[in-house]
Design a protein around this ligand. Structure first.
Ligand code: AMP
Ligand code: FES
Ligand code: ZN
Ligand code: ZN
Length: 315
């Protein structure tokens, strides 16, 4: 297989794009495409301050790397969730993010959930009864809360995450199976800012997971290979697997599924724009925007946790 640009030996063959490239041309192509998506979806400009949420994984560290290379003003945020033993999942991913920021001389905000809110994610999950994937739902809620809080506090214009096409297609697949229209309305490459909520962007949402893995490896980015222990057996991994079966028989299927959804949404398939507007007000506890009655779901989770704690201490 030969590189389409220069004819030398290709290191990657992307059947979905009918494109094979050598290492230098692949390492040029991926950031150039990222730049194209940032502009196409009007995510941010070089005059704006970007906050990149980094988990220590290949996607988010690659994203940070690309944004720095493209000349954006991009700082990082790492949220230490307290998952795994000492030196385990959370400690290792934190170390990788810190090393990355030091090597490149970039600012990294670190928020330790235990220090900030008293408990680690596994401890929270144990006390609050939150269904089957309880650690993941507590974790998702916490990450969204903390990321927005930091973005607001330091005046970032946009918060970006490393979600790739496989992540987006799997979420869309789950939402479609359940006709979760409300969630579908809010699934987009960019979500505009609203009072109290920083704009959000996903510059990698058009790249296949294996493209991102190839980019991280070929760029010598040191990332954590291990998956979060709570993700094992999760529905999102199951949906990714199903999407890969479709993709295997029909290269490009995953991408078409996502892109046709975006087009259908733009054409108003899900709701006329005025219905999309949500009635938000400030949480009486933390001040972040919420559609809940009084306190936001994050603060409710904290309260709920404390109720359980009090009850278990009484018992
Ligand atoms: P995940 O939900 O683990 O698939 O992660 C999706 C995206 O959320 C990643 O690409 C990161 O941008 C961000 N993210 C996940 N975990 C963390 C974390 N501990 N700290 C900061 N950002 C994170
Ligand atoms: Fe949050 Fe796995 S990363 S539960
Ligand atoms: Zn080439
Ligand atoms: Zn709150």
């Amino acid at each position: 297989m030969k590189c389409r640009t220069c004819g030398s030996k290709a290191v990657i063959n992307m059947r979905q794009h009918k494109l094979a490239l050598c290492k230098p041309h692949f390492l040029e192509w991926l950031p150039a495409q990222t730049e194209r998506f940032i502009k196409k979806y009007e995510m941010f400009t070089r005059y704006e301050k970007v906050l990149v949420a980094v988990s220590g994984g290949k996607d988010s560290l690659s994203l940070w790397n690309i944004l720095i290379k493209l000349g954006y003003q991009a700082d990082g945020i790492y949220i230490s969730l307290g998952i795994g033993e000492e030196g385990g999942y959370s400690d290792l991913s934190r170390q990788l993010c810190e090393d990355f920021s030091l090597d490149r001389n970039q600012q990294l905000h670190i928020v330790d959930v235990k220090k900030e809110f008293g408990e680690t994610i596994p401890q929270f999950a144990q006390r609050t009864r939150r269904g089957k994937n309880k650690a993941c739902s507590v974790c998702g809620l916490t990450k969204r809360h903390v990321m927005n809080q930091v973005a607001q506090k330091f005046g970032y214009d946009v918060l970006v995450t490393g979600h790739n096409l496989d992540d987006e297609a799997a979420v869309l697949f789950g939402n479609t199976l359940h006709w979760a229209g409300e969630f579908m309305l809010r699934q987009a490459p960019v979500l505009p800012a609203t009072p109290g909520l920083t704009r959000k962007g996903k510059p990698l949402c058009r790249f296949y997971e294996k493209e991102m893995a190839a980019y991280a490896i070929l760029s010598d980015i040191d990332y954590i290979y291990e998956e979060c222990p709570y993700s094992i057996g999760s529905t999102s991994i199951y949906y990714k697997h199903q999407m890969n079966l479709l993709e295997h028989d029909n290269p490009g299927e995953k991408s078409h599924f996502y892109l046709r959804f975006l087009r259908a949404k733009d054409n108003g398939l899900f709701a006329p724009p005025e219905i999309i507007k949500q009635d938000l007000h400030e949480c009486s506890n933390c001040g972040q925007p919420t559609s809940g009655k009084d306190v936001c779901s994050f603060c409710r989770m904290l309260e709920q946790g404390n109720e359980h704690l009090e009850r278990s201490q009484v018992n």
